[in-house]
Structure formats: structure tokens, C-alpha cells
Design a binder for this molecule. Structure first.
Ligand code: PMP
Length: 428
């Protein structure tokens, strides 16, 4: 018999303490938006493996596609013997990004396994294509944990400190955040300032930005900022990279969040919800740029594994067939309404800023209604109480003061309501 307590003890002996595992919940099985631990306790899942399960746990179509593929071929390495699901998925993603940008531009796609590999590679590629070293990322950003991805990440503790030396020529600008008084104009002025004081724009290869910061606290970049940033990139020949690892695949009420701004990305990287729980990431880039990389200049033993590609093709079908892009907006509106009611009631002065793009919903907890006084303790207390009551979600933000939800977009209304009832109860 496995108990959560026994597992925590075994885990503490067997695995390093640096691994995040605050909850002590040991999953036994999961279905849709529900999860059961090894003691049989049921949880409603409002975090979905950190934004990996937009189509829910073990969607039957995804499970079937995985089984069918397993019965044919599990692995060859795309560089050894190629297979159709890789190419079919690339074709579909190219079209989605091109259609999203609405410009008819041709894109191409290569696959890796994780978000970190995708952000790492896209920056390597941008340096190769432009012949320039500089990379601009944003404060509060999270782009992963490999060395260059760590350098791109804009939060020192716990991600960067002590892990250096990190790759050079990486710069960080403030991310716009109206709640904290950072306007689009102000943020753009800071970039111009960086270009005067730290690096020449003609030495910059790429700008990488999350259209909505995920780990940074579910902060959306205003569209005028994204358009201003793109204009700056065009003026100086800098490549614009959208990191859609956390925002992709219908989460924000669009297939990709960048579509909302009308900005055409030179490259877009995605992972997480792409393959319904299997490890897969993609670098999607303008064909004329991507084809400048020399043969053999990219590759991966596992990247674009046949089973993961088959799962991803099924995920795209499910998003389309079940209207999950529209559904995201409805789920988000429901969560927002409940949170705003709490903000006006028991949460007064603590529920500081309720924000969302589609179903990417976050609420920033503060003290005395002051945006500059993050309330980490309140966020942790609600999270712990909710978990005891059978609802799981995570926090985000500089001080873990933002409660965030990645509710599976396939969740039935009754289950969503039940989860929101638990949430509300946990705030009392
Ligand atoms: N980019 C963003 C925006 C992310 O949210 C994450 C993961 N949280 C990553 C990159 C890194 O992805 P992975 O953990 O798959 O390496």
C-alpha cells in the first residue's frame, strides 16, 4: 500500500531537495480535469501539469492516437528514418502560425522535446542567422533551465543564482505591467535606453518575449507594446521570437496568444499543451530564415518522436472538434467573475488584480490593496487549504503572490463550478 506520507519519505531519500514538490500529492491516476492520489483522494485539477493538458488528462482521442502509433513505430530518430507524423504536424503548425499572423508567410518547423530546448535553440538559430550575438529578454520572464535558457530567464532566485557563468550578451528590459505602473511607453523607452547604454541594436540577434508572462505571474503584454517592440525589431533587423510555451494551443482564446496583437513573429516556440502530456516542443520560423541554417546544424535524438507527434496531431483535432478556442473564453469569464466577486467581498484589500487572457487567469494577492506589497502568505494559505479540500493549482510571480489557473479546456461546467466553490471556500 502506498501512502502519500510514505512516498514523501521515499522521495526525500531518493531525489534531490532542489526539485519542486511542495504538495506531497502522489498521483495514481487522472482523467479529464480530475486526479486521484495513491490514497484514493480525488482532486479537481486547475493547473493541468502546468499548462500541459489543455485537452485534459488522457483525452480518449489522444490516448487512442498514442496506442495506434505505439503499435507501429515508437522511435527511429528523425535523422535516421523519417516518418509522416513529424511532417504532418509541421505542416499543420506552419499553417496555424501563418494563418494566425494573417500574412500568407511561409513557415517551417523543427521539433525538440522540452520548452527549454526550444528557447535555447531558437536563440542559437537567431545568432546564426543574423551573425549577431545580442539577445533581449524581459524581467520576470521564464524561458527554461538549460544554460542559455537560464540566462534568458528574468528571475535570479532560485533559477539563476550560483549556476553561472551564464552565456553572455543577454540583456533584460522591464516587462510592461500596468498594475505595477510600468506602461507600454515606459517599457519601450527602457529598451531604447539599453540600446544606448549597454549594446548597439545592430548587435542584437533577437528579442524573445512571452505574450503573457506565465511563471512571471500571468501578466499580459499590452498589444501596443508588442507592436512597438516589433517595430523596433524591424527597424534594427532584430528577430522577434514569441515564447508560447505556456500560452499556446487555445489557452488564451486563440491558438497562439501573439495573434491577438496582430504581430507577425519571425519565430514562435511552443511546448507543453502541444502533445497532451507527452514531451514535445517546436520551433516554428519563417522559412526564408530557417533555411539559412546549415545542414546538420540542428537535430535531436528524440525530438519529434513519432508517438509525441501522433499525440499532438490528435490534440489539434480535439481543439478544433471541441471548439476549445471558444471554450477558453467562456471558462476564463467564469473564473474571472467568481474571483471579482471574492475581490469585492472577503478578498477586499487582498485580491489586488484579477487578470486573464482567455482562460489564462491569475489573481495577484497583496496587502492593504497595495500593488507593491505582495501577499505570498495569503496565496500559499489559499493554495494549501484548497488542496486539502480537493482542488489543486499553483502560484506564480516574483514572490509567488499570484494564484494562477490552467483549467483544462475540456472541463464540464459542473466540475468547473465545483472547483470554483472549493476555491471560494478556501478564501474564507
Ligand atoms: N518557456 C516558458 C514560457 C515556460 O513557461 C516554460 C516552462 N514553465 C519553459 C519555457 C520551459 O519549458 P520546459 O520546462 O519544458 O523546459
Amino acid at each position: 500500500f502506498l501512502s502519500n506520507e510514505l512516498m514523501v519519505a521515499r522521495r526525500n531519500d531518493a531525489c534531490p531537495m532542489g526539485l519542486p514538490s511542495k504538495s506531497g500529492v502522489y498521483a495514481d491516476r487522472a482523467e479529464g480535469a480530475e486526479l486521484w492520489d495513491v490514497e484514493g483522494k480525488r482532486y479537481i485539477d486547475f493547473i493541468a501539469g502546468i499548462g500541459v493538458l489543455n485537452v485534459g488528462h488522457r483525452h480518449p482521442k489522444v490516448v487512442q492516437a498514442i496506442k495506434d502509433q505505439v503499435d507501429k513505430v515508437i522511435h527511429t530518430c528523425f535523422g535516421v528514418a523519417q516518418y509522416e507524423p513529424y511532417v504532418a504536424l509541421a505542416e499543420r503548425l506552419n499553417k496555424l502560425v501563418s494563418d494566425g499572423a494573417g500574412n500568407g508567410t511561409a513557415y517551417k518547423t523543427m521539433f525538440m522535446n522540452t520548452g527549454s530546448e526550444a528557447t535555447e535553440h531558437v536563440c542559437k538559430f537567431a545568432r546564426r542567422i543574423t551573425g549577431r550575438p545580442g539577445l533581449l529578454a524581459f524581467e520576470g520572464a521564464f524561458h527554461g533551465r538549460t544554460l542559455l535558457a537560464t540566462a534568458l530567464t528574468g528571475k535570479a532566485v532560485p533559477y539563476k543564482v550560483g549556476f553561472g557563468p551564464l552565456p553572455s550578451d543577454v540583456y533584460h528590459a522591464p516587462y510592461p505591467d500596468a498594475y505595477k505602473g510600468v506602461s507600454s511607453d515606459g517599457a519601450l523607452r527602457c529598451i531604447s535606453h539599453i540600446f544606448e547604454t549597454s549594446v548597439r541594436p545592430e548587435d542584437m540577434a533577437a528579442v524573445i518575449i512571452e505574450p503573457v508572462q506565465g511563471e512571471g505571474g500571468f501578466v499580459p503584454a499590452p498589444h501596443d507594446f508588442l507592436r512597438g517592440l516589433k517595430a523596433l525589431c524591424e527597424k534594427h533587423g532584430i528577430l522577434f521570437v514569441a515564447d508560447e510555451v505556456q500560452t499556446g494551443f487555445a489557452r488564451t482564446g486563440r491558438m497562439f496568444a501573439i495573434e491577438r496583437s496582430g504581430v507577425e513573429p519571425d519565430f514562435l516556440v511552443c511546448a507543453k499543451s502541444i502533445a497532451g502530456g507527452l514531451p514535445l516542443s517546436a520551433v516554428i520560423g519563417k522559412a526564408e530564415l530557417f533555411d539559412q541554417i546549415q545542414p546538420g546544424g540542428m537535430g535531436s535524438t528524440y525530438g519529434g518522436n513519432p508517438v509525441a507527434c501522433a499525440a499532438a496531431l490528435a490534440v489539434l483535432d480535439v481543439i478544433e472538434e471541441e471548439g476549445l478556442i471558444e471554450r477558453a473564453e467562456k471558462i476564463g469569464a467564469k473564473v474571472e467573475a467568481r474571483w471579482r466577486a471574492i475581490a469585492d467581498g472577503v478578498g477586499k484589500g487582498v485580491f489586488g488584480d484579477v487578470r486573464r487572457v482567455g482562460a489564462m487567469c491569475g489573481v495577484e494577492l497583496v496587502k492593504d490593496g497595495d500593488p507593491d506589497k505582495p501577499n505570498t502568505d495569503a496565496a500559499a494559505a489559499i493554495q494549501t487549504k484548497a488542496r486539502e479540500m480537493g482542488l489543486i493549482f499553483l502560484t506564480a510571480g516574483k514572490k509567488a503572490q499570484v494564484i494562477r489557473t490552467h483549467v483544462p479546456l475540456t472541463i464540464p461546467d459542473a466540475l468547473l463550478d465545483e472547483g470554483l466553490d472549493i476555491f471560494e471556500e478556501a478564501t474564507k
